[in-house]
Structure formats: structure tokens, C-alpha cells
Design a protein around this ligand. Structure first.
Ligand code: FEO
Length: 398
């Protein structure tokens, strides 16, 4: 029988480990993920969040290992996205809790998801509930990363349940930060920030400031993905401050695809011009990389250079995909340019420049275009584009 795991005097982890998920709505989860739910065993047993629908049985079995689920009096839904609320209707039906607490937007979203009355009760920042022997206070975390997102803070035990924030897609049976290898988790945490939290970086900075002013200094931060921060919760908070600040760095990312190798040759020339100028450059072909890897590399870069061949008077489909994705992530402070090869219609390569502008990227040069295979002149233009961007980056990071 699956077991709950004790994480503090009164709190148990009762979540699920999804070892095999590889695609989380378009985000490549090569190391799987977890859906963390927590059970506070005070006089009024309280369940904080549930799990993805398919993992309802796993969560309930873990709950049953420490308590009859029908003794749960309170359920808190910190976030309505279906990886945390998918099992909520079934759980409410099985447990029959006295109260189910959500934020105002949580009420709206959960109603939109399930179209049934789950007897939800709305709470807001500053509200407190008695869970029998301890108190949970609520802090709304709007747009981190949905409008309904909310934190729950267990006051006496000093544990902050932060939902998606401070989490990562990382399946691990080791529940705590000090039991996991930083060489692995750091990349996963960074990738999670780059793909989920990045568009809300300004809100992150304001929110962290607000939490500091509230005087919260939790001994544990328990997110809904990945592991629990107990050894040094301030570590992930500092990383969030760093990632949200998006300070300029002398790093460029070249993203491209190629049909017959011409655009690939151009990418190599641009990369060499960047390298010669002292810029750290990452070259990512969309033939070999997925969009969430590109987002990860772009997180600490300050230049984005995009290249595409022309296919049926359009840019290559893989480039359209990644550019649509990156546009949504709204990375700030980028400079960039476009390049690409074509046969008889070069206009789609110029469209790439317009796409960069629509992404608020500062375009530093017109697109370099190669009719068919690049000749020495085109190669030179590509190399010089790399050198120019390197020079601009050096000025930017001064
Ligand atoms: Fe883990 Fe926004 O859901």
C-alpha cells in the first residue's frame, strides 16, 4: 500500500509521482514530474491541493495510510489548473469536507472546469482559518502563474505551501532539497522558470517584496511540483530574484531550422562571429531541440538570432512553432536579427524580422538572406552579423 510521507510534526506529503510524463502541455518533461498534495493532521484534518485526475487513486491510498479520508474536514485548492484540481471533484465526493477554500478566481475557474457545485468558499489575502491546533493564512499570488494562484501558510509549523511557484518538473522519490543532486535539479528549476514563470517576472519581483514585507520566513517551502525546500528555502527564492531580474548577459542564442543545410551554414558563420567577439553562443537547430529547451537557453541570454529556410512561401513550420511559443514567454531586453536561405521568394525571411519586432526584440540589422546555398559574400555577411551583435552585447553588459 502506498504510504504518506511525514514532512513535519503534523504535515504529510500525499501526492503522486508521474515518472513517465514526457510532454506537459507542450513542455518537454524529460525527467517526469510530481503532483504534490499535503495533509495537515490537526484537529481539523486539512488537505492542501489534490493531484491530476489519473492519480486520484495514488493520492487517496497515501491519505488512507494515515487517516480515514472521510475525517478530512477542510480542502484548500491553491490553484485550479487541472494537474492540481483534476482529482478535486472525486475527492470532494469521497471525503465530503465541511469546507473547500479557494481564491475568487479559483471559484470562477473551477466552476468553468467542472460545472458542478463543489461548495467552494472564497478566501483572500490576509484571511485565516483554524485547522485545529494551527492556523492557515492565505496569500493570493495572482498571475503566478494563473489569476487564481494562491499560497497557504501554516503558521505554527512555519510552512509555506506555494503551489506551482518554486517548483520544477522533476520526478523524484527524494522529497527534500538536501536529498537531491543540485547538478540535476538546478537545470530543471531553471527550465521550469523559463517555461512557466518567465512572462510574470515583474509580478514575481513585486510578490517577493510583498512577502518579505509580511515578515514571512518559512522554515519549509512546499511546492506542488518537484521536492520540498527544507535545508535552505532561501536558495530558490534567491534564484527566482535572479531569473526575474533578467540582467543583461553576454550570451546569444541562435535558433534555426534548415532544409538542405544552407541556413545551417549561415548559423555557423553567425555563431563564429559571435564567438570571435567574446560572446557565449548557443546554436539550437529545431531539428534536434524542442521549444522548452530553447526557452531554457534564452532565459539568461540577451540576444536572439533566428533563421529559417523558405518552404512554399512560408517560414519553416518548426520555426513558426518555436517563435509562437517564445513570443508568449515575453523575454525582456533582447537584441536580435534574422537570417535564412530561399529559392525564389526571400520575403518570408524578412517576415522573421517583423516577428522579432512583434516580440519587442530590438532588431540591430536587416535580415541576411541567401539565394539557395550561401556563397562567400553571404558567409561574410553572416559572420559580420555575429560580430556586430557581439559588439552590441558587450556594450549592453558594460
Ligand atoms: Fe502545476 Fe499551473 O499547474
Amino acid at each position: 500500500m502506498l504510504q504518506a510521507v511525514k514532512i513535519s510534526e503534523k504535515v504529510y506529503w500525499v501526492g503522486a509521482i508521474d515518472w513517465n510524463i514526457r510532454d506537459f502541455h507542450g513542455y518537454s518533461t524529460k525527467r517526469g514530474t510530481t503532483y504534490n498534495a499535503y495533509l495537515v493532521l490537526g484537529e481539523k484534518p486539512t488537505l492542501i491541493d489534490t493531484v491530476k485526475k489519473e492519480f486520484y487513486g495514488e493520492m487517496m491510498e497515501r491519505i488512507q495510510s494515515v487517516i480515514d479520508p472521510q475525517k478530512i474536514e477542510i480542502i484548500i485548492s491553491n490553484h485550479s489548473e487541472l494537474d492540481h484540481s483534476g482529482a478535486l471533484p472525486q475527492t470532494v465526493a469521497a471525503v465530503q469536507p465541511k469546507e473547500v477554500y479557494v481564491s475568487a478566481m479559483g471559484l470562477k475557474n473551477l466552476t468553468g472546469h467542472f460545472h458542478q457545485d463543489l461548495h467552494l468558499k472564497v478566501v483572500k489575502t490576509g484571511d485565516k482559518i483554524d485547522v485545529g491546533g494551527d492556523t492557515i493564512s492565505f496569500v493570493e499570488a495572482r498571475m503566478l502563474h494563473w489569476p487564481d494562484s494562491m499560497f497557504s501558510y501554516l503558521e505554527k509549523e512555519n510552512i509555506l505551501f506555494s503551489n506551482d511557484v518554486f517548483g520544477m518538473h522533476y520526478a523524484t522519490s527524494n522529497l527534500f532539497d538536501d536529498e537531491n543532486d543540485e547538478r540535476i535539479w538546478l537545470t530543471q528549476a531553471e527550465k521550469y522558470y523559463a517555461n512557466i514563470v518567465l512572462p510574470y517576472s515583474d509580478i514575481v519581483l513585486r510578490f517577493l517584496d510583498q512577502v518579505k514585507k509580511m515578515g514571512l520566513s518559512p522554515k519549509m517551502i512546499a511546492p506542488d511540483h518537484g521536492f520540498i525546500w527544507r535545508k535552505d528555502p532561501s536558495k530558490i527564492v534567491s534564484l527566482y530574484e535572479k531569473w526575474a531580474t533578467q540582467a543583461p548577459k553576454n550570451k546569444a542564442v541562435i535558433v534555426y531550422d534548415t532544409m538542405w543545410g544552407s541556413t545551417a551554414q549561415m548559423a555557423s558563420q553567425i555563431a563564429d562571429g559571435l564567438r570571435a567577439g567574446g560572446t557565449d553562443v548557443k546554436v539550437l537547430s529545431m531539428h534536434s531541440n524542442d521549444r522548452s529547451k530553447v526557452a531554457l537557453e534564452l532565459l539568461d541570454a540577451s540576444a536572439l538570432i533566428i533563421g529559417s529556410p523558405v518552404l512554399n512561401s512560408q517560414i519553416f513550420p518548426s520555426m513558426a512553432d518555436v517563435l509562437c511559443y517564445l513570443k508568449g514567454l515575453r523575454k525582456k531586453g533582447l537584441i536580435g536579427a534574422a537570417f535564412g536561405s530561399y529559392g525564389w521568394n526571400g520575403a518570408p525571411v524578412d517576415e522573421l524580422t517583423k516577428t522579432l519586432e512583434s516580440m519587442q526584440v530590438e532588431v540591430v540589422a536587416p535580415a541576411v538572406k541567401s539565394p539557395f546555398v550561401p556563397d562567400d559574400n553571404v558567409k561574410k555577411s553572416c559572420w559580420e552579423l555575429g560580430a556586430l551583435i557581439s559588439q552590441k552585447l558587450a556594450e549592453k553588459v558594460k
